[in-house]
Design a protein around this ligand. Structure first.
Ligand code: ZN
Length: 308
């Protein structure tokens, strides 16, 4: 019989409750897995922050900026479970002894930055939601929220970072986006959203971070430049990521080129930062993409810290 943890990580819609059960079960089972909160979402959900290892080389993995992309939280939790089990059993992976790996590296993982958006996407909005009527208007009167990408009040978190915000505002209005909606509204000001502010504060505080991987869906692509530029060493690392994952290197265009976490890390922090567009298909990706994505990215997730 499968244990509870395994059952939680089966292919199924991964809402906030499933995430929290999974995080709780894993941290109970493995005392070396540290569980904290990055901050809170608009609707007060704690955003889990996990840490593994105590080494000097520190990396951060981030999943689910967008409501439709919770499959990336499943992938990250699956990875955390596999790494925890490997370490617990004094095992090795891809020629790395897990004990030495976690002595020399620290992994921070934020599996679901946008829990409110995920809840809307999977369950819709309930009558008790304090923003209920405003949200219906933002969603063009439609009660179907299955295409919702933004946070609880219609801000697209991956356009709320302080990177080309003014330019983006201009493009936004040219594209008819004038306020909160399902996707691509950047908010009133950079870091206006608590989810993004918490992420930025974490990165500002952890000045010794040396690399960031952010998972989105879809396209099997890797983005690492912002406005055509990237930290010098990023190109070499991006090529390694491409080799290990089979994904191709790309450059963002139009609305996609402003205000993202990778843009901010590259422009304002000079950090080697990479956006992976996982899997292939139409968002939200079907659950049948879960194992193929994990198969493509497993080696990368385990070995990325050693590239830096
Ligand atoms: Zn996304």
């Amino acid at each position: 019989m499968k244990d509870d943890l395994q059952a939680l990580l089966d292919p199924q819609p991964f809402d906030y409750e499933a995430l929290m059960q999974c995080v709780t079960a894993l941290s109970k089972r493995h005392s070396f897995l540290e569980f904290n909160y990055l901050g809170n979402s608009i609707l007060g959900r704690g955003i889990p922050l996990l840490r593994l290892g105590n080494g000097k080389r520190k990396v951060l993995y981030v999943g689910t900026h967008h409501g439709m992309e919770w499959i990336t939280s499943l992938v990250l939790m699956r990875f955390v479970k596999d790494l925890c089990e490997c370490y617990q059993n004094h095992g090795s992976f891809y020629k790395n002894a897990s004990e030495l790996f976690l002595q020399t590296h620290t992994l921070y993982i934020v599996p679901m930055l946008n829990p409110d958006g995920v809840e809307y996407q999977i369950h819709g909005i309930c009558d008790s939601n304090p923003l209920h009527d405003r949200l219906l208007t933002m969603n063009n009167g439609n009660e179907d929220f299955s295409k919702w990408q933004a946070n609880a009040r219609g801000v697209d978190l991956n356009h709320n970072y302080d990177a080309g915000f003014e330019e983006y505002k201009r493009l936004e209005s040219e594209n008819g986006i004038t306020g909160g909606c399902a996707t691509r509204f950047s908010g009133e000001a950079p870091e206006s959203e608590p989810e993004v502010a918490s992420m930025c504060n974490f990165i500002r505080f952890h000045t010794d971070l040396c690399g960031i991987l952010t998972l989105h869906t879809q396209g099997k692509e890797i983005f690492y430049k912002s406005g055509g530029i990237a930290p010098t060493r990023s190109t070499t690392i991006a090529k390694k990521i491409a080799t290990v994952s089979g994904y191709r290197l790309s450059e963002a265009e139009g609305l996609a080129s402003y205000g993202g976490l990778t843009d901010w890390c590259v422009q304002k922090r000079g950090l080697a930062s990479f956006t992976l567009e996982c899997g292939k298909g139409t968002n939200p990706l079907p659950l049948s993409e879960y194992f193929p994505i994990y198969t493509d990215l497993r080696k990368l997730l385990f070995t990325f810290p050693t590239f830096l």
